[in-house]
Design a protein around this ligand. Structure first.
Ligand SMILES: Nc1ncnc2c1ncn2[C@@H]1O[C@H](COP(=O)(O)OP(=O)(O)OP(=O)(O)O)[C@@H](O)[C@H]1O
Length: 236
């Protein structure tokens, strides 16, 4: 399922956070979404998920806005930084509530808990979870509806080395199954190992939209290529 951005623009007062983004994110590959702090990545992802309203332009999933889907968790799984579970709820109950709201079988909850390695902690309140456990719970929620599109904002944040390796494999597998995987990250060496394709933005504008190999060509590393691409768009 394609993600399509059409002249997507978001202004907050005098700040243009996202400035006329026109692009497609394709299925069957991991697309890394890069850019300096404040470049507009989170705002873009939030508009795709209908959590922020565009000032102009639009974001579509499979040719339709997110809000047009009655059971959205079956179309898009997302992990956003700010998305937290209720601290008084257990991880399992959090996922059960999500499942119920999207007509997903309760058995799937235990399946995804196992998949993300949280089975043993499933009956603990999420308020007691470590950063990495919370991240794994977010990923479990994203996978719940077995969606064709996955959107992950800094998914590696807080994960231990095993977790980092695991999520790298998971993203690769999800893409190999033909899903659309869009992942934002500042960890360039990790992105170099995970992404097939990169979208780079700065000041809300598109700086690059190309296969990883193409972006890397002539550079020693993705870090090197990134600095060339984003020169003058970083804070300070
Ligand atoms: N709710 C808001 N109100 C006002 N300004 C906002 C709001 N959300 C984001 N912005 C501004 O929009 C711009 C883009 O922010 P955004 O969080 O999308 O960037 P980002 O690329 O995700 O950054 P980071 O890498 O730091 O997470 C920034 O200048 C930010 O200050």
């Amino acid at each position: 399922m394609l993600i399509t951005l059409e002249k997507l623009t978001k202004r907050f007062g005098a700040t243009t956070a996202v400035d006329g983004l026109d692009l497609e994110v394709r299925p069957g590959r991991v697309t890394g979404f890069l850019g300096p702090n404040g470049a507009g990545k989170s705002t873009t992802l939030r508009m795709i998920l209908d959590l922020d309203r565009p000032t102009s332009g639009r974001a579509l999933l499979g040719g339709r806005p997110y809000s047009s889907y009655a059971l959205p968790l079956r179309k898009v799984g997302a992990v956003l930084e700010a998305k937290a579970a209720h601290p008084g709820r257990t991880g399992r109950n959090h996922l059960l509530a999500m499942a119920r709201s999207n007509a997903i079988a309760p058995a799937r909850v235990d399946e995804v808990l196992e998949l993300v390695g949280l089975s043993k902690n499933a009956r603990k309140r999420t308020g007691t979870y470590s950063l990495g456990m919370g991240q794994r719970l977010g990923i479990a929620g994203a996978l719940l509806g077995d969606p064709p599109v996955l959107i992950l904002d800094e998914p590696v944040n807080g994960l231990d080395p095993d977790g980092v390796r695991w999520i790298r494999g998971l993203m690769r597998d999800l893409a190999a199954e033909g899903r659309t995987v869009l992942v934002s990250s500042h960890l360039l060496s990790e992105m170099q190992m995970t992404a097939d394709h990169l979208i780079v933005i700065g000041h809300g504008r598109l700086l690059a939209d190309a296969p990883l190999d193409e972006i890397l060509s002539g550079h020693a590393s993705l870090e090197d290529a990134y600095y060339t691409l984003t020169e003058g768009t970083a804070l300070r």
